[in-house]
Ligand binder design. Structure first.
Ligand code: HEM
Ligand code: FES
Length: 356
């Protein structure tokens, strides 16, 4: 990653996506406000403020579930990639909806007493040992803090400033936020209401997310377990020339998994092959799942581009990734698993014929 940052540009695709997002949120909130009281009957009087709080809370949680589902879905089926491209806006919108829910709850349940609302939220219930009376709102507060930190640091400036490993570690906390919210709902509204709908939906979401993550990890492991054979010098087999010609579409990559180190993406560019590291310099996106567009490998996540022959982003950008050496031997293509310094040019390997 270069010292500066490179924002993913606004474009019509993103604007359309954001509009759909806003319309979707408004439709959900309206639908919940109209149907929620009928579908989720309560033993207690349900005021419009409670309906508003519930509509916003369930909308925020649903959005979080969708965000967590997009990653594995895009791994399992490329058709979900456009959702991944805009996941950041989805995340910031989720945080705004969650903030509105928290404001609505605090205003209604803590706004009318003698104590200031935040003091009342933090200290009015200290029943930490009780299952039914547990201060479930504090679990929501902890999740909200995580969502806010993630939204505030979502800009690429923070990615460059914090470095990708730190940024990634912070953003993995989204799973902790989800866990806290499952408890927030399980110890809160599920204790107060007898309707089975909330536990069914919550359990379904947990199972669905678990299933998707296991399926995506299984797919990845299946690739990893196909350990490539190595020659006497440790170069790894990419494939035979005949087989690559027949089965590797132009502009796409074959992934090679070395025993140690990053995966290698070997791209076919017409009659030549070039090898680059599979990890994007932006946010570690899987470059090997991208395609060559306008002569550059284009990351499937946010569209950063790198030339296959030297791993450099086209001017004016300065990002660079590692490249690898390739060779032809006895009708096969092999790759040297030792990465070359980012931006090192390697002559593309001619492989258009199966002779040689
Ligand atoms: C300061 C932070 C938070 C506070 C004080 C808070 C408070 C509350 C309260 C009082 C309820 C019960 C509402 C009722 O039935 O009367 C509730 C329910 C709920 N909250 Fe939160 N919450 C917070 C954060 C969050 C966050 C960050 C999310 C998710 C993004 C969330 C999702 C939910 C959900 C899904 C429900 C159940 C809604 C339903 O009944 O359908 N909460 N919250
Ligand atoms: S462009 Fe964002 S991860 Fe590659």
């Amino acid at each position: 990653m270069n010292a500066g940052f490179r924002a993913v540009q606004w474009n019509n695709h993103k604007r359309r996506y954001d509009m759909l997002l806003v319309v979707g949120i408004l439709l959900y909130l309206t639908g919940f406000s109209l149907l929620g009281p009928l579908l989720l009957p309560s033993d207690h009087p349900v005021t419009p403020e409670i309906v508003r709080t519930r509509a916003l809370g369930s909308c925020g949680l649903l959005m979080l579930v969708l965000i967590l589902a997009i990653g594995p879905l895009a791994r399992l089926d490329r058709r979900f990639l456009p959702l991944l491209y805009n996941r950041r806006h989805f995340g910031v919108a989720t945080c705004l909806v969650a903030l509105a829910h928290a404001w609505s709850a605090i205003d209604w349940y803590h706004g009318l007493g003698r104590l200031p609302p935040l003091v009342s939220l933090l200290f009015s219930n200290a029943n930490y040992g009780s299952f039914l009376g547990f201060p479930f709102e504090l679990l929501g507060l902890a999740a909200l803090v995580i969502l806010v930190v993630m939204a505030v640091t979502s800009h690429d400036f923070w990615l460059a400033f914090l470095t990708p490993p730190v940024w990634k570690a912070i953003h993995m906390a989204v799973y902790a936020a989800f866990g806290l919210l499952v408890l927030h709902v399980a110890l809160g509204v599920m204790q107060a209401e007898r309707s089975p709908i909330v536990p069914i939906l919550l359990g379904g979401a947990v199972l669905m997310l678990g299933g998707l993550h296991i399926a995506a990890a299984g797919r990845e492991r299946a690739t990893d377990e196909r350990a490539p054979t190595a020659d006497a010098h440790g170069w790894l087999m990419v494939g035979t020339i005949d087989e690559l010609l027949a089965s590797l579409p132009d502009g796409q990559a074959r992934i090679v998994v070395p025993q140690s180190g990053e995966r290698i993406a070997v791209f076919r560019n017409g009659g030549t092959l070039s090898a680059i590291v599979n990890v994007c310099a932006h946010q570690n996106g899987p470059l090997g799942e991208g395609r060559i567009i306008d002569g550059c490998v284009t990351c499937p996540w946010h569209g950063f581009q790198f030339r296959p022959e030297d791993g450099c982003a086209p001017a004016p950008f300065t990002d660079k990734i590692a490249t690898y050496r390739l060779k032809r031997e006895a009708g096969a293509v092999l790759v040297d698993p030792s990465p070359l310094p980012p931006g090192t040019r390697v002559e593309p390997l001619e492989f258009g014929t199966s002779h040689g």
